[in-house]
Ligand binder design. Structure first.
Ligand code: GLU
Length: 286
């Protein structure tokens, strides 16, 4: 069976130890079975993506001993594919336009009858625009989760976990239809500023690149049921997932992009070798 892995960073900062761990884990897993490793740049947010970070990603990954086919896929060149997926979802009747601001959402959620649920993208959207007719072409587009789940037969949403989630779950991970609707809700498919979203782009591109195994951090575990819903609606192949542990600093905090003190190039400048980096993140030497 084909085994295609990918590493899909956003070029919005320097890669740090957490990225090194993620990329090396995907790379090692692909190499162990004679599979393929792809690199994709998730640069849909043009205000935050920078060429200097793209160059740094190429350089740091090569230095770590990772190789990939070129040219790499750039999400910024894939807008027509995202538009066509949106049209497909629209035809299925599972989308709606939304022109709520963050403020509007916060206000709606502070109403006494609304309980605030926190989903993978923050507070679960209260559905304000669901029954509105919004003409604004530049409004955001949301997934009508209730309609989507109904269309999929009101079944639980499941995915195959080869690694583990934050609560050490491995195997067949099931999210109930009820949890999808009330605990995740109407996520944004297309932001008004960029016309797409992380969830939509990642699903469309993993399918376009025929990725069979998705290795990424446990911070994205909660997003995976959303991706499964979109894959089901768009009739895309079902990849397997390997969510890996997160690299934390000495205070137990997950490393962030702005944490330049853990940047791979900082360690390089200080004389570390790729082997040292592997050791630091707890990976076996190769
Ligand atoms: N682009 C995402 C990030 O940099 C990763 C996406 C994924 O692996 O699904 O966090």
């Amino acid at each position: 069976m084909a085994h295609v892995e990918r590493f899909a960073p956003s070029p919005t900062g320097l890669l740090h130890l957490g990225h090194a761990f993620s990329a090396l884990t995907a790379w090692d897993r692909s190499q162990a079975v004679g599979g393929e490793f792809l690199l994709r740049l998730e640069d849909i947010d043009s205000t935050r993506s920078k060429q200097e970070y793209v160059d740094a990603i190429f350089e740091d990954l090569s230095w770590l001993g990772i190789a990939w086919p070129r040219p790499v896929m750039l999400q910024s060149t894939r807008m027509s594919a995202y538009q066509s997926a949106l049209r497909q979802l629209d035809k299925l009747g599972v989308t709606y336009r939304c022109n709520c601001t963050r403020r509007d959402i916060a206000d709606a959620l502070s109403a006494p009858q609304e309980g605030v649920q926190i989903g993978p993208d923050g507070p679960v959207y209260p559905g304000t625009c669901k029954s509105r007719y919004i003409l604004d072409e530049h409004a955001a587009i949301r997934l009508n989760m209730e309609a989507a789940i109904e269309l999929l037969g009101s079944q639980p949403i499941a995915f195959e976990e080869l690694g583990e989630g934050p609560n050490t779950e491995t195997g067949h991970i099931v999210t109930s239809a009820e949890q999808m609707i009330s605990g995740i809700g109407d996520i944004v498919l297309a932001r008004k500023d960029i016309g797409t979203s992380y969830h939509l782009s990642v699903v469309v591109d993993d399918a376009a690149q025929k990725v069979t195994h998705i290795t990424r951090g446990q911070d994205l575990f909660e997003a995976t049921p959303i991706h499964r819903v979109l894959q089901n609606l768009l009739r895309l192949a079902e990849p397997r997932y390997y969510h890996h542990r997160l690299i934390r600093d000495e205070n137990g905090k997950r490393l962030a992009k702005r944490d330049d003190s853990r940047a791979i190039r900082k360690y390089r400048a200080d004389g570390a070798s790729p082997r040292d980096i592997r050791k630091m993140v707890g990976l076996n030497h190769r």
